[in-house]
Design a protein around this ligand. Structure first.
Ligand code: PLP
Length: 396
């Protein structure tokens, strides 16, 4: 039975996070995901904080494909993959993803969190080394924790530091360099060309978590490896179906067939967790049909991103430089970032303020995320509101 002491401790924790302004409240959306959404309270806001990069989350063709698959393949699998949870469409989606990414084989998971969580432990042991970027995603950090390999951490995107860790770890048997393809708080793109050069020089594997890139980065949207010109040189790509690729849920690991085969044999989130629902699998195949046929979605996203980045800088806001649809507007003050996001919401723009511990102390910011589904007039409307609130709060 839960004790009074334990409950008291929980309440103390909750109250302290409330008083520090760190308590997270969830905003409730009353309809489907999109660029213009109605939120609880009834107001309509422009949504600039979804990972709906290609605007496919509520696309009619994707929703219809989910319904069709529901009718043909049922609601759920009630099984893990290796017992009775693999349908033809699961294999088809794995093959389509391998083809899309130019890899040999792909294994599906219930989430990219599981793909990362289940990657390291089956492949690396205490004789091996994992060399990880300091800003890698929580799921990579957790995956590394579950594995006995020696850990090295290099400063974010710092190739000198990466090289020194490669030198330090030379006595280890197998080594893998691990990086996010795009760092979600900054919109910075990993220097995969230089990482692959170093990996070849020092005989290390390269693993990239491409959750914020798959579907739109690179000129045909293949991801960071295409953007950096290293298709075929990255050994492992993990990514999500929960962002640009339709946004429902699911993740995968893609790469050399021996690696994927070992994961199918030993990766715990694959062996001990349910198969991806058929409707998600069918809809994800439809997403690939759409984006393999045309680059227009990623092209529109690129145009929208350039437009927003240019205009918001011209207004005098301080943004992190780059080309990615994640656009951090730097405020350097946690209270100000909360105040600004609240005022923007009141005026009809939904964005989120990030501050310590999500980003370093003194680096508070508003993170804007651009989508292909935004129209230029929606972006203009948002820009006007940014201008108004920026002046009101003496930021510009
Ligand atoms: C979103 C994200 C994940 C988790 O993806 P899910 O499929 O939602 O579990 C993992 N890594 C990175 C870098 C992400 O941005």
């Amino acid at each position: 039975m839960i004790t009074k002491d334990f409950l008291e401790k929980l309440n103390l924790d909750l109250n302290s996070s409330k008083s520090l302004g760190l308590y997270k409240k969830e905003r409730i959306i009353l309809e489907e995901q999109g660029s213009n959404i109605k939120v609880e309270g009834g107001s309509e806001v422009l949504n600039f904080c979804a990972n709906n990069y290609l605007g496919l989350s509520s696309d009619n063709r994707v929703v219809s494909a989910a319904k069709r698959t529901l009718d043909m393949y049922g609601y759920g699998m009630s099984s893990v993959r290796f017992i009775c949870g693999t349908q033809t469409i699961h294999k088809e989606l794995e093959n389509r993803l391998s083809n899309f990414l130019s890899t040999e084989d792909t294994i599906l998971y219930a989430a990219a969190f599981d793909a990362n969580g289940g990657f390291f432990e089956p492949l690396f042991d205490k004789e091996d080394a994992i060399i990880s970027d300091s800003l890698n995603h929580a799921s990579i950090i957790d995956g590394i924790r579950l594995c006995k390999a020696v850990r090295y951490r290099y400063q974010n995107n710092d190739m000198k530091d990466l090289e020194s860790k490669l030198i330090d770890s030379q006595s280890q048997r197998n080594r893998v360099i691990v990086t996010d393809g795009v760092f979600s708080m900054d919109g910075y793109i990993a220097k995969l060309d230089q990482i692959c050069d170093l990996a070849e020089k020092y005989n290390a594997l390269v693993m990239v978590d491409d959750c914020h890139s798959t579907g739109f980065l690179g000129k045909t949207g293949r991801g960071t490896h295409e953007h950096c010109g290293v298709v075929g040189r990255v050994d492992i790509i993990t990514s999500t179906l929960g962002k640009a690729l339709g946004g429902a849920m699911g993740g995968f690991t893609s790469g050399k067939k021996e690696i994927i085969d070992v994961l199918r044999q030993k990766s715990r989130p694959y062996l001990f967790s349910n198969s991806l629902a058929p409707s998600i699998v069918g809809a994800s195949i439809e997403v690939l049909n759409i984006i393999e046929e045309t680059t227009s979605y990623r092209d529109t996203l690129e145009t929208n991103t350039n437009y927003f980045r240019t205009k918001i800088s011209e207004m005098g806001f301080d943004i992190k430089s780059g080309t990615h649809p994640i656009v951090p507007i730097m405020l350097y003050d946690a209270k100000l970032s909360q105040k600004m996001s609240n005022r923007l919401l009141e005026e009809g723009v939904y964005v989120v303020g990030f501050f310590f511990p999500v980003v370093p102390r003194g680096e508070a910011r508003i993170r804007v995320q651009i989508s292909a589904s935004h129209t230029i007039s929606q972006i203009d409307k948002a820009l006007n509101i940014f201008n108004k609130i920026g002046k009101e709060l003496n930021i510009i």
